[in-house]
Design a protein around this ligand. Sequence first.
Ligand code: FAD
Length: 229
Amino acid sequence: MIDRDALLEKYRAERDKRLRPEGNAQYVRVATHFPHMLADPYTPRTERAPVTDHVRFAMVGGGFAGLCTGARLAQAGITEVRIIEAGGDVGGTWYWNRYPGAQCDTASIIYMPLLEETGHVPTEKYAHAPEILAQARKIATTFNLYEKALFHTEVERLTWDEARQVWLMGRGAAGLADRDGPGGPVHRRFRRHRHRALERAQTSRHPGHRDVQGPPVPHQPVGLWLHRW
Ligand SMILES: Cc1cc2nc3c(=O)[nH]c(=O)nc-3n(C[C@H](O)[C@H](O)[C@H](O)COP(=O)(O)OP(=O)(O)OC[C@H]3O[C@@H](n4cnc5c(N)ncnc54)[C@H](O)[C@@H]3O)c2cc1C
C-alpha cells in the first residue's frame, strides 16, 4: 500500500533541495545582459509596410497555442484571424530551439497537434525538433494561417478600447514592433495571448557570466527542458 504522507514528504524534500533563497535572482535576464543573443538567427527580416487594420481574432505568438487556436477557429468558419509572432515563422518553441537532438518527451502521437487534420504520421515515438517544426508549418498551411500572419513583429502594447470594444495592439516604449505603432495600431476584437508559461529568457548568474560569448540562446528560458546553449 502507498504511504501517501511519506510520498508527499519525499516530493517535498526533493523540491526543497531545489529552492534557493535568492529565488529568481539566481538568473539574469538575457534581454538585459545579452540582447544580441535574442536576435532571430534563422530568418532574414523582411521589411513591410505598417499594418493598421482590424481582425476579429489575434494571437500573440505562433507556437502551438496560437496555431491550435487558429486552426479551431478556421474549423468553426472564422477566418479573420491573425498570428503576430516575434520570430520569422510559426513554431514557437520549435522555431527557436534547434539544437542537435532536441525532441519531445511526450509521445509524438499525443504531443503533436492536429495530426489527423493534417494527415501527418509521426516517424518516431518521440519526434525530433525538425519534424515538430514541420508539423507547425503544416498546421499553418492547412488552415491558411500564413495569409494574415505578421512575423518579426513583437507586440509590446495591448490596450482595451472600451468605446470601440477592441484591443489596440502595437509597439511599446521599447519599440520592437516599430512598424505598427504607436501611430498605427492594429485593432482586434478578440485576442489570445501566447501561452508560453516560461516567458522571459533567463540564464544562470555565475561568475563571469557577463563575458560569455557565443551563439544565441534559446528563446524559451531555463525550464523543464534542455535548451540550446
Ligand atoms: C526541447 C523541448 C521539448 C519539449 N517537449 C515537450 C513535450 O514533450 N511535451 C510538452 O507538453 N511540452 C514540451 N515542451 C514545451 C513546449 O514549449 C510546449 O509544448 C509548446 O510548444 C509551447 O507552445 P506555446 O504556443 O504555448 O508557446 P511557445 O512555443 O513558446 O510560443 C510562443 C511564441 O510567442 C512568441 N511571442 C512571445 N511574446 C510575443 C510578443 N509579445 N509578440 C509577438 N510574439 C511573441 C514567441 O516568439 C514564441 O514563438 C518542450 C520544449 C522544449 C524546448
